[in-house]
Design a protein around this ligand. Structure first.
Ligand SMILES: C[S@@+](CC[C@H](N)C(=O)[O-])C[C@H]1O[C@@H](n2cnc3c(N)ncnc32)[C@H](O)[C@@H]1O
Length: 425
């Protein structure tokens, strides 16, 4: 370590902060020790200079990584089980701490740009930039939960790649729902017949690299992801690349279509009913989950007479561009002739875990319209939810329902935010 300009300390090496049940304790212990051993044996950049290639991952792959990788649901642990190390570097001149990663082959990677380059050079298919965070708030932490509090082991019935526990540590009420769990939006049948020729026409870009370039034909000029994270909002949708495009999972324009990457729980919050949280840290700008439900033209939605529009979101006016590809526009002031073209997303009878996300006047999630290809070769619009700021493990995930005082029924908002000033519904 002496040949480094800074003192290298192992990040997250705080026993008091790392606690959990026996399995997790052991798991964390193995990971932390391996990081320590690696840094001791192989300080960053001391390996002979080389140009990175897929060999860099293969040669330094570890024997227990695969088993642990399967066990770990935390996206930021995945690089560590693949023999990356995450370190905090004390910078004495700036009196600050910088976060860096050391690659399995000993390269010091000190920015998300460097990570992206490394993943491309090594043709890594297990990790994306979303598995790395340079946030100083990241803590390796897992809380134990009382077995008795688990009311359902997976509310998605196996549909999500990571099971979603339902937990009630407050009362004896079990989680139950008449809503069917779906993980992909579905088109209302008549709506689909009307717009079949638009939504079945999947976009295809002609970018030659696995990353796509800034003027990729699929993406919009107004808004795009930055290394797969989103930091700004636009009323214009993001149009993601599809399976027809030649790009890989590393493409900057594939995020929501890669699916949920976090481990979530639905938990009983008391006054607000059921609520949602993640079991691990989420870095600012990260895609969390998206609104899933039935996509329906306003006229057909109206005919259903649901009685409550609480779970209905307006997507916008559906149209196509010159290539016949789906485009979505903000509806002007509501008027009837738009009904045949206005699409709504409704999650009352079927939806995913989003319907358990509560409102907050100081939310940690924001929503952005995104158009992706679903698993059935159709384009589907959705609202993707992204982290407004770094979110701590087990912090309740909330968004702003944007209810105004005028459209509210008298019911107190219980978000407990300092700026809370609304009546909900
Ligand atoms: C989309 S659901 C959220 C999940 C809900 N908590 C449940 O148990 O199914 C919206 C409902 O949750 C409750 N809710 C959400 N946010 C709230 C808040 N900030 N204060 C009080 N109740 C809230 C209200 O009953 C609201 O009608």
């Amino acid at each position: 370590m002496d040949n480094l300009p800074y003192n290298v300390v192992i990040d997250n090496d705080n026993d008091e902060k790392t606690y959990g049940d026996d399995v997790d304790q052991n798991f964390m212990f193995i990971i932390l020790n391996r990081i320590k051993e690696r840094c001791a044996k192989q300080p960053p950049n001391v390996i002979a200079a080389h140009i990175c290639s897929p060999n860099c991952l293969r040669l330094y792959a570890n024997d227990i990584g695969q088993l642990e990788l399967r066990r770990s649901k935390n996206p930021y642990l995945k690089p560590m089980v693949q023999n990356f190390a995450r370190i905090a570097v004390k910078n004495p001149t700036r009196h600050s701490i910088d976060i860096c990663y050391i690659s399995p082959c000993g390269k010091l990677l000190s920015s998300i740009e460097a990570i992206q380059k490394y993943l491309l050079l090594t043709q890594c298919m297990d990790l994306t930039t979303l598995n790395f965070t340079f946030s100083k708030n990241f803590v390796l932490q897992k809380l134990s939960i009382r077995e008795k509090a688990v009311t359902i082991k997976d509310i998605s019935n196996g549909l999500e790649s990571i099971p979603i526990l339902a937990i009630n540590s407050i009362t004896n009420d079990q989680f139950s729902s008449s809503r069917r769990y779906i993980n992909n939006s579905v088109y209302e049948p008549r709506t689909y017949q009307n717009i079949k020729n638009i939504v079945d026409n999947i976009n295809q870009c002609n970018c030659s690299s696995s990353l796509c370039h800034n003027n990729c034909k699929c993406s919009s000029e107004e808004i795009s992801y930055r290394y797969k994270r989103l930091f700004i909002y636009s009323s214009n949708p993001i149009y993601e690349c599809s399976s027809k495009c030649g790009c890989s999972i590393h493409c900057f324009n594939k995020v929501v279509s890669l699916g949920i990457q976090c481990e979530f729980q639905v938990f009983y919050s008391g006054m607000k009913g059921w609520a949602v949280r993640a079991t691990h840290f989420i870095s600012k700008g990260t895609y969390v989950f998206s609104y899933v439900g039935e996509l329906s033209m306003a006229q057909y939605h109206k005919e259903k007479k649901l009685g409550s529009d609480e779970y209905t979101a307006t997507i916008g006016l559906i149209d196509k561009n010159n290539d016949g590809i789906l485009r979505i526009y903000e509806p002007p002031e509501y008027c009837d002739e738009n009904e045949s073209k206005t699409m709504l997303l409704e999650g009352l009878s079927e939806s995913n875990l989003v319907c358990y996300v509560n409102h907050s006047c100081s939310p940690n999630l924001f929503s952005q319209k995104v158009v992706i290809e679903n698993g059935h070769g159709q384009l589907v619009p959705t609202y993707g939810l992204f982290a407004i700021r770094d979110i701590n493990p087990f912090e309740e995930l909330c968004w702003d329902y944007h209810y105004s005082l005028t459209e509210s029924l008298p019911m107190d908002c219980r978000c407990e935010a300092a700026n809370c000033n609304i009546l909900l519904r």
